[in-house]
Each structure stands twice: as C-alpha cells, then as structure tokens.
Design a protein around this ligand. Structure first.
Ligand code: ZN
Ligand code: ZN
Length: 399
C-alpha cells in the first residue's frame, strides 16, 4: 500500500515536471549540470507530452466545433519530427564538439556552472542567438531552403511544431558559437533544448491571447503571424522563447484583426512526402543561381532573401510578392498572354518569378502542359486545375 502511494506520488511529480518543461518552467538546481555528458536528451523525453498535447488540442477543437488536424497533414508533420530526430543523431555531435572546443580553448570568463547568473544569462544568450538563426533562415535564401520545411503546412496546429528541418541545425549551429566564449557547454545544451521545446505549444489556434505575457514572451498569437504568408506576416516575429528581440530589432508584427491569416508557403508544394519536402527547395537554389548573370548576382541569389531579384531590395520588393489575402494563393486569374496560339500561364516555384520568361524552373513542364491544354482567351483556373488533377495549392500566376 505504502509502496503504491509512493509510486503514484513519484509518477505525478514526474508528469508535473514534464509538463513544466514544455513551458520552460524548470527547477534550476535540478537541471543544472557540470559537464555536457550529464545533460539528458530533454527533447527526446518530451515525445509522450507532444502526443498528449496533440490529443488535447484535438479535443478542444472538436468541443469548439472547429476543424481538427487533417490526417495527411498531421502524419506528414509527425514524420518530419521523426526525420529531425534522426538528423539530430547524425549532426549534433559535430555541433556540440565545435562549441565545446571553442569553450575549452577560447572562453573569456569562467562562469560557475551552478550559479543563478549563469542560468539566466544562458536563457537570454541562447534565445538571442536563436532570434538571429531564425531571422537568417528567412532572410538568406540558402538557409530558407532548409527552414521552409517548418512553414510547409497550410494548417496551424501543434503537429506543425514538430515539422522541423533535418538540415537546419547543420547550417545554424555557427550562430550559437559566440556563446561558447562565456556560457559553459552544459548550460548551452540544456537551454538550447528547452528553447526548442518551448516553441512546440505556441503552434495552436486554440489560445487566442495571453494578455500582458504577450509583451515579453513568444505566444501562439505572435507565432501565428510568423507562419502566415499574408504580406504583413512575411519576415516577422522570429523570436523563440522571448518576443522582445523582434520588438527591439524592428521585426515585430501584431496579428491583424479582420484579416484571416493564410498559413503555409506562398507557393505551396502539392506533396505530403516528407522526404521530398525536406530537400526539394535546394533545387530552386541551384536553378536561381544558374539563371543569374555575373558572379555578383549569382552570389546574391544565395545569400540575399528568397524574394530577391536583381536590382531589388535585399528581401525583395512587396510589389513582386503575391498578396495571398486577395485570394492569389491557389487561385490566380489568367491573363491573356498569347504564346504559340495559346493563353499562357506559369506555375511558379517559390519566389522565382516568371518575369521575362528567363527564370522558370520546377514547373516549366507543367506550364507547357497548361499552355497546350488551354484554349485561347481567359479560362477558369479552378476548372483547369481540376481537369489536370493539380491540387488546389499549386499557384498559377501570370505577371
Ligand atoms: Zn520560421
Ligand atoms: Zn513555427
């Protein structure tokens, strides 16, 4: 009897602790470690909570009579989560050893591993670096090619929080290396995991606002904006645990009342294949590189924003971007543009403009198909998509 009570008390304490970890509510003394080897795999231990939270979200949405997670989209998101875990097994070693090496040889101050100051400095330092990693992932085309996976769902639910890139860590770890000059490796590894874990629960529509907490912390409301592809949402709200960095560096945007957020990539892929979604975008990098004239433009096509075009600002010009709030996503109007006696339209990959016809990549074959299928004159995009069995989310446009 006594043993049963002790067991149930320890299980309850463990569950409470696990739930706390999901929200970065952590016992500092218990979770401070002296060496990197002692740091547990906190993210891996959270999987039962991920699944429990997903079930709870579904129940709340059902209760509110709102659309619940779609099985195809949800399974794709979970598959990305598993792929990411596999990627972590492969890449984390390299990332950690670089950090540990720099700390061992070049650290500038000796911060005690068990002090409260080190703990809070690590929280701030890791989150500050995350802001810049994440910002770079959206503003540098090569990094966007990896990070776009996280934005590839047209839904917004907790499963999207698990839809992560397997390659992003490999590109992003360098942003954390300056921390190695003062934050001990064990503190860094602990807080990097909690930082990522915190970002799971903010992927939900079930929480509207959290009042004054919205000033400091990243919340579902702020992160919904980050996942939108409406013009006002693009390149906004990069924060991980805290939203203050966006407020300081001018990338913050408040959710607009009265304008429905459209989720997903501006040019969504008609696929639920997680392996394809992980890697397909890298082809666009090569094609944009090949389409550019001169070394300067070629290099710019890799390090400037995904929407950048020659002669345009670093992150591209708004007039060149699709305004999805006006229904341009998935349903564009065909314009007359005679070509080979047919009305021509282009199905374009993400951020590569048909422009003068020079830069056309992924969907050129589809374009040809459309060109030869279309009768002269204007046509209904929806009908056309239906007849060609092209999913709704493929964009057809003609500029
Ligand atoms: Zn992002
Ligand atoms: Zn997200």
């Amino acid at each position: 009897m006594y043993e049963n009570e002790t067991l149930s008390a320890s299980v309850t304490a463990e569950v409470k602790r696990g739930i706390g970890h999901m929200f970065y509510v952590v016992d500092r003394v218990e979770m401070s470690y002296q060496t990197p080897e002692q740091v547990p795999d906190i993210f891996q231990q959270a999987w039962p909570y991920f699944l429990a939270f997903l079930i709870m979200e579904t129940l709340v949405l059902r209760f509110e009579r709102k659309p619940v997670i779609r099985p195809n989209d949800g399974i794709t998101s979970l598959s990305h989560g598993i792929i990411m875990e596999c990627g972590r097994l492969v890449f984390r070693g390299a990332e950690n050893s670089a950090y540990i090496y720099i700390h061992e040889h070049f650290h500038m101050v000796d911060l005690p591993w068990n002090s409260a100051w080190t703990w809070y400095l690590a929280i701030l330092g890791v989150d500050f670096c995350y802001y810049w990693v994440h910002r770079a992932c959206h503003e540098v085309h090569l990094l966007w090619a990896q990070h776009q996976v996280h934005h590839s769902s047209e839904e917004y639910n907790l499963a999207v929080g698990l839809r992560q890139s397997a390659l992003q860590g490999w590109c992003g770890f360098v942003f954390y290396l300056p921390l190695a000059l003062f934050i001990p490796p064990a503190q860094f590894l602990t807080h990097q995991q909690f930082n990522l874990l915190y970002q799971f629960w903010i992927h939900t529509k079930t929480i509207n606002t959290l009042g004054p907490l919205e000033w400091i912390f990243n919340t579902p409301k702020h992160h919904r904006v980050h996942h939108g592809c409406n013009l006002y949402c693009l390149d906004k709200n990069y924060g991980g645990f805290l939203i203050i960095w966006d407020r300081i560096f001018g990338t913050f945007a408040e959710e607009h009342k009265g304008e429905e957020i459209i989720y997903g990539l501006v040019y969504n892929q008609p696929s639920f294949n997680p392996v394809f979604l992980q890697v397909f975008y890298n082809k666009n990098i090569i094609k944009k590189w090949q389409a550019m004239n001169g070394w300067q433009d070629k290099l710019a096509s890799v390090w400037k924003g995904p929407s950048w075009l020659p002669g345009k600002p670093r992150l591209g010009a708004d007039e060149d971007k699709l305004d999805v709030s006006k229904g341009q996503k998935g349903e564009a109007t065909l314009h007359d543009k005679p070509q080979n006696g047919h009305t021509c339209t282009a199905v374009m990959p993400h951020n590569i403009h048909q422009a003068d016809g020079q830069i056309c990549s992924d969907y050129c074959t589809t374009t040809d198909k459309l060109c030869s299928t279309l009768p002269t004159g204007k046509g209904s995009v929806r009908q056309l998509l239906k007849s060609l069995a092209i999913p709704r989310s493929v964009i057809i446009g003609c500029h």
